[in-house]
Design a binder for this molecule. Structure first.
Ligand SMILES: C[S@@+](CC[C@H](N)C(=O)[O-])C[C@H]1O[C@@H](n2cnc3c(N)ncnc32)[C@H](O)[C@@H]1O
Length: 320
């Protein structure tokens, strides 16, 4: 395929090891959610997106399909799309089908194999689009490949899925500032942000009846066993997710079902019964709260779309 290029800046195994050992040594054991996404983790996330209880995916897709014409107007012709946490690159197809002659697409994702497959499929579906797949951790300083094959109109950074909610508000501000630094005045950023709502809806979304989210959470331990020398016994841990009202976030944890010692490489880690590893936060925002952060990061909050039930929001931010 001559419209696909790949750039592999995937974090090294040594940095994975370092972060896991460091996270498990804390008094509140914690592992960053970016480590969920090995090949199996990405597949499980795709299954989560199909779940009845998981309203964010279908609501965001509905918003994109409803308002893609307005988005295309804002972006204009010959746009260059950059997507953070592109996963299966499904949602971007709605934009690519509507934008006027988009020239390039740069998916950035930490999950190498999954992204490569998604990018190859996309490059095949859109033969006139230059696809530059970048495997990297977007929370680290990014040096994006330069693009000069065709004249570019505006750049658009697309960050769907409310993945920005996995960062705390200070980290989200930092990421938005870093994004702004990749753009010129007048370029845009399109961000999907989950809204504050009845905690019962949130609770159901992260505790699905089929147990897919539980499998996704527990897969982290399997990944550590596989990629490092570790002996987590998955039957001794349980998925635990709840809404922390004070912090406006869903928290996901892995809860130890008994007193136990787990070896990771040559380091023993003791767990008391009921002790947890904190594996994910998913912050929920009001429209105004998110706009205030975007504004602080150097963007003008130009447009926001929400659904009738006020479950999810998509923000179009214009670089000032
Ligand atoms: C919640 S999923 C969203 C996937 C897709 N964008 C969607 O909206 O359905 C998060 C995606 O971001 C990627 N990801 C998570 N943390 C990342 C990081 N720090 N750097 C790069 N990619 C990351 C994951 O591999 C995964 O594909």
């Amino acid at each position: 395929m001559n419209n696909l290029e790949c750039y592999n800046f995937q974090p090294k195994l040594s940095s994975f090891r370092e972060e896991i050992l460091q996270g498990l040594a804390q008094s509140q054991k914690a592992i960053a959610p970016k480590f969920f996404y090995d090949k199996r983790g990405s597949e499980l996330f795709d299954q989560i997106c199909e779940l009845e209880e998981y309203y964010p995916t279908r609501t965001e897709i509905h918003l994109l399909k409803t308002y893609c014409g307005e988005i295309a107007e804002l972006v204009g012709p010959q746009g260059l799309l950059i997507e953070y946490g592109s996963g299966s690159s499904y949602k971007v197809r709605i934009l690519l089908d509507t934008l006027q002659h988009p020239v390039g697409y740069m998916p950035i994702d930490i999950s190498f194999e999954h992204m490569l497959q998604a990018s190859a499929e996309l490059a095949q579906s859109y033969p006139n689009l230059d696809v530059m797949a970048v495997c990297a951790d977007y929370t680290q300083p990014l040096q994006l490949p330069s693009y000069g094959k065709k004249p570019v109109g505006k750049k658009l950074i697309f960050f769907p899925g409310s993945t920005i909610g996995n960062l705390d508000p200070i980290e989200a501000l930092h990421l938005l500032k870093q994004s702004a630094s990749l753009l010129e005045t007048g370029d845009g950023m399109l961000v999907g942000v989950d809204l504050k709502k009845d905690p019962a809806i949130l609770h159901a979304a992260y505790n699905d009846a089929l147990g897919v989210t539980a499998a996704f959470n527990l897969n982290l331990l399997l990944r550590i066993n596989n990629d490092l020398e570790a002996n987590f016994d998955l039957v001794n841990f349980r998925h635990w997710a709840f809404y922390n009202q004070d912090e406006s976030r869903i928290e996901m944890h892995l809860l130890s079902l008994k007193d136990q010692t787990v070896m990771v490489e040559k380091t023993p880690f003791n767990f008391r019964e009921g002790e947890t590893i904190h594996t994910e936060n998913s912050y929920k925002y009001s429209v105004e709260e998110f706009e205030a952060i975007a504004n602080q990061a150097g963007f003008q909050a130009a447009k926001v779309w929400t659904d009738a039930n006020h479950l999810f929001s998509i923000h179009y931010l214009r670089k000032r």
